[in-house]
Write a protein of this length. Structure first.
Length: 332
């Protein structure tokens, strides 16, 4: 099922959302995160000594054991809220399904009540939740979208998984040492960083700052970045200046409400003919799925999300050494 998502044309601001239910409530997740949907089998669950209701143990999937998260327990949903008043938690669990996900180079099983339909929606139709929840800590949802006259909350699987498996998340480079041969040139590079997660933005800014890249403009989503970029383009054209007078490189997440990174890159490269403005895309989704999409929109580079350990070296290569030209590449 997950493979269907790659059929979407790159840069069209579309995604496919799998709807699933939890105790009478409807939620959604990007289809590209789903590796498989399995019927839950209690015999395939092995409980661990530190088990909790939300993290009961490991699940057997195709001869491999992967960690399991009970999403209903994690979201603290009351079983009493289900439409079927005769349904009990044990009955729900026996008839549950497992969403086997893959992102951040890790597979995790999420137990839910049922999986229903796949809907094609636009990122522009997804209302971001960041401005509501980012001020008070983490949020389990990235946004909400209206589907068939009901509101569907998009679950932030990465945020939930990092709560239990922090080593798999985006790394802050506390012990990374960067070359200082370019330290006097790096502050002059103007970076546009586009990321809807306040936490991830902070980590990436810290990573760049440790490498002396401090001239950073941050944006919560692709639409805000695009609006700012339009002003730069118009001003550059009116003054006869190159776009590099205003921005040297765009570093952007792919999955974002309002406008995704692929669409932002497509607009930069095709709609406004800014082939000389480097765009680096990154994502928690599988490399094999995203690399071709990045090539389609003429991105200059792609990084699987946890691999930001080489971000400073990449910006060095693109903006200062000028070693990377034309074809996109992936950091191995």
């Amino acid at each position: 099922m997950a493979g269907d998502g790659i059929l979407l044309e790159s840069g069209t601001d579309e995604l496919e959302v799998l709807e699933f239910t939890l105790r009478g409530n409807i939620f959604g997740v990007n289809v590209l995160k789903i590796q498989s949907i399995e019927q839950f089998d209690e015999s395939k669950l092995t409980k661990i000594p530190s088990a909790t209701p939300a993290n009961p143990g490991v699940f057997l999937f195709r001869n491999s054991t992967i960690p399991m998260i009970d999403l209903g327990e994690e979201l603290c949903l009351d079983a009493e809220t289900t439409d079927n008043s005769n349904s009990e938690a044990g009955h729900e669990k026996r008839n549950a399904v497992v969403l086997v996900t893959q992102f951040n180079s890790m597979m995790i099983a999420f137990r839910v009540d049922s999986a229903s339909r796949i809907h094609r929606v636009h990122w522009a139709d997804i209302s971001p939740m960041a401005e509501i929840f980012d001020q008070g800590g983490s949020c389990a949802f990235t946004g909400s979208v209206n589907i068939d006259d009901h509101e569907t909350l998009i679950v932030d699987m990465e945020s939930i998984s990092e709560k239990y498996f922090p080593a798999q998340g985006l790394l802050d480079l506390k012990h990374e040492k960067f070359s200082h041969s370019l330290q006097h040139e790096r502050p002059s590079i103007k970076i546009m960083l586009v990321e809807d997660s306040k936490t991830v933005r902070k980590v990436i800014c810290n990573v760049l700052a440790r490498g002396d890249y401090t001239n950073i403009m941050t944006f919560d989503n692709g639409k805000l970045a695009y609006d700012a970029l339009l002003e730069f383009i118009e001003t550059a054209r009116a003054s006869g200046e190159p776009i590099s007078k205003f921005v040297d490189i765009v570093i952007t997440d792919i999955e974002m409400p309002q406008m995704d990174g692929l669409t932002l890159c497509h607009h930069i490269k095709f709609r406004h003919n800014q082939a000389d403005l480097p765009v680096v895309l990154y994502s928690s989704l599988r490399r094999d799925q995203m690399l071709n999409k990045c090539k389609d929109v003429k991105a200059d580079a792609y990084i699987p999300k946890p691999d930001c350990v080489r971000l400073v070296k990449m910006v060095d290569s693109i903006c200062l050494d000028k070693k990377i030209t034309g074809m996109p590449y992936s950091v191995e």
